[in-house]
Design a protein around this ligand. Structure first.
Ligand code: F0G
Length: 354
């Protein structure tokens, strides 16, 4: 076995609520790359250091694995008979994988026809019970809360505090790799658990004297699904970023607190801004994230235009999920469509290309 601890619990055990009795269910999540976005940072005036925390490199392709590792381990410790979640796709993919590994039955409740195909495929191949409902994520989560209480199932949405505990390890990793804290941390906001988790992580690292001050937390919702920004529940949230199509986030208050306490913000970006950022990180940085993930970069671009940054600022944007989860979107928006040519015409096609 490796001499290096593998997975977020082994790596950050002292910060997590586990004991010797907790059976650890891990797929070696975490330790995701923090990649300097050289093109992006250069275009700003003044140029600043921008890093992308690429959470799509987790075992199921999203940041959910950090929290799921802990939530499933604790469910097993508690001898839960099954776990359940509502999802816009990634939580269901992660729960299904970790549940399979733990030997725990998993039920996922998702909005019918509204989640990216890659994510649905993950839930199915890992053997989850998949229930598609006519209704959005918010309806699904309400339903799951009620059913879990009546049938004593363990909820593994981010209202489960162990999810937040596991997800806070991403903030630890950012600080460990940078050797310090960033000035700003940009994130997409959907159900608002992740920004809550990062803020908890940064505060705990400061309390443990691993960092000397705290970053500003910058959360971005999609304009058609921006309840925190407009200050009221959105009944029919709409955005191309299906992962954050949420109108009544469970961690609304905690996310608003994270922004307020850190002198950050919760703001919104349009679908066009999200898709521009999505293409930009793919074309200029070589990183394929899913549309919702690009809300963080879209937020960064929006605030860079507003001129808020100074030369020494270091900015981290979390790219929450992998682009391969939603290839339909990529095919729909790609700048260069494929060309079909006869085999004999390939040389000629290349000549006209560069
Ligand atoms: N980015 C991606 C790719 C997501 O899947 C999610 C949430 C978010 C951002 C927002 O994170 O909810 O902590 O504010 N996906 C959940 C799901 C809701 O069911 O997979 P959040």
């Amino acid at each position: 076995m490796s001499k290096h601890p593998q997975g977020v619990i082994a790596t950050y055990r002292e910060f997590l609520p586990v004991t010797d009795k907790t059976p650890i269910v891990s797929l070696h999540e975490g330790r995701t790359p923090l990649i300097a976005a050289r093109q992006l940072g250069k275009t700003f005036n003044p140029p600043i250091a921008v890093y992308l925390k690429c959470e799509g490199f987790n075992p199921t392709g999203s940041f959910k694995d950090r929290g799921m590792c802990l939530a499933i381990s604790k469910a097993l410790e508690k001898k839960a008979r099954a776990v359940i979640c509502a999802s816009t796709g990634n939580t269901s993919a992660s729960a299904s994988a970790y549940g399979a590994r733990a030997g725990l039955p998993v039920c996922v409740v998702i909005p019918e026809g509204e989640i990216a195909m890659g994510k649905l495929a993950q839930a199915i191949i890992h053997g989850a019970k998949v229930l598609q409902i006519k209704g959005n994520f918010d309806v699904a989560l309400d339903m799951v809360k009620e059913i879990a209480a009546n049938q004593s199932l363990e909820i593994v949405n981010s209202i489960n505090p162990f999810r937040i505990e596991g997800q806070k390890t991403a903030a630890f990793e950012v600080c460990d790799v940078l050797g310090t804290m960033p000035t700003y941390h940009f994130l997409p906001v959907g159900n608002a658990g992740n920004i809550t988790a990062y803020w908890k992580g940064y505060r705990e690292y400061k309390d443990a004297k691993r960092i000397s001050s705290l970053p500003k937390m910058m959360g971005f919702q999609a304009a058609g699904a921006a309840p925190i920004v407009i200050g009221r529940v959105v009944n029919n949230p709409e955005t191309v970023a299906s992962a954050i199509r949420i109108g009544n986030p469970a961690s609304w208050k905690a996310a608003a607190n994270a922004a307020a306490e850190s002198s950050g913000t919760i703001d919104m970006v349009t679908d066009d801004e999200i898709l521009d950022a999505y293409k930009m990180v793919a074309e200029q940085e070589g990183i394929f994230c899913e549309p919702a993930s690009a809300a963080s970069v879209a937020g960064l671009l929006k605030l860079a235009r507003a001129g808020i940054f100074q030369a020494n600022d270091a900015v981290v944007c979390t790219l929450t999920g992998h682009g391969l989860k939603d290839v339909d979107r990529a095919m729909a928006v790609a700048s260069r469509p494929t060309t079909c040519v006869n085999a004999g015409d390939v040389a000629e096609a290349i000549r006209g290309w560069l």
